[in-house]
Design a protein around this ligand. Structure first.
Ligand code: ZN
Length: 285
């Protein structure tokens, strides 16, 4: 714990006191599955990363277009899902920071920021103080979008400091160890796309894609109509010739590619779980 990483310039405002979630978050202790890790358990699970940025275990992931000081390699997907969920709920941070080798204020315990498994967003607009946890910039629907992210076991990937007795509104932290932060993309930001896609007949689906329920070239049916309507509500000129005809043809493929490009995704022309989630959220938020 004493070997410090390369110095990183941390903006002063990111030094949230980060009250000890171990004592403050009743949900962690009460979880009936017993699988939810407490803050001290998380500290142990991620101990290999504690204050070790700079020795190759961290990835330089950008969150909302900016570096956040490095995050552990196994947590990269969790951060990508975090960004996608917040964006889909309409939250755009102006400043954000994850890695910071330091102790929790007033304690001898290392902050989870020391392992790069916590992130603060907009500290000035989301201050650390008593009172209504949603009195800052971050609102309930933003938080819910992040908390909707689940791993392959159906467990929460993130928790929020705003639910502690003294709300740390700016602070999100991983809720799982390195082996359980595998993101189930169908849950990002919600599970509606999976339901909508399940009855789809998709003849050209490759065997390896079966579990992800990709909607693609040649698919037909009501789910295709639903997604075509979502595309049209995103851009009313997107399907000029055929409209929402329930046929996943070239016009739909091109429209999906443009939508994916606009959202910063790979333009595959296929509606995978992430694309579906963004289409759903683009019509509801
Ligand atoms: Zn924090």
């Amino acid at each position: 714990m004493t070997d410090h990483a390369q110095p990183v310039a941390i903006p002063e405002e990111f030094l949230d006191p980060e009250g000890d979630g171990e004592e403050q978050d009743p949900d962690l202790a009460e979880d009936e599955s017993g699988l939810e890790a407490t803050t001290s358990a998380l500290r142990k699970l991620w101990s290999q990363w504690m204050c070790r940025n700079g020795d190759g275990r961290f990835a330089d992931v950008k969150v909302f277009g900016k570096g956040v000081g490095g995050v552990p390699e196994p947590a990269v997907d969790a951060y990508k899902a975090f960004e996608r969920a917040l964006r889909s709920a309409g939250y755009q941070p102006g400043s954000q920071w994850a890695y910071n080798c330091r102790k929790i204020a007033g304690t001898n315990s290392f902050s989870l920021h020391s392992a790069g498994i916590a992130i603060d967003i907009d500290p000035e607009q989301n201050p650390y103080s008593h009172g209504n946890p949603f009195s800052g910039k971050i609102k309930e629907h933003h938080v819910n979008a992040v908390l909707a992210i689940k791993n392959s076991q159906g467990q929460s990937v993130w928790s929020w400091g705003g639910s502690w007795s003294k709300p740390d509104r700016m602070h999100f932290q991983l809720d799982q160890g390195p082996s359980l932060v595998d993101v189930d993309w169908a849950t990002v930001p919600g599970e509606r796309p999976t339901k909508a896609m399940s009855p789809v007949h998709s003849p050209e689906q490759a065997p390896g894609e079966e579990e992800e329920n990709v909607l693609t070239d040649g698919a037909t049916g009501q789910a295709v109509v639903d997604f075509q309507n979502m595309i049209l509500s995103w851009d009313s000129t997107a399907l000029p010739e055929w409209g929402a005809d329930g046929d996943y043809g070239n016009e739909t493929i091109e429209a999906v590619k443009r939508f994916q490009q606009a959202k910063g995704l790979d333009p595959t022309g296929k509606i995978d779980g992430v694309t579906a989630a963004l289409l759903v959220s683009s019509t509801t938020s």
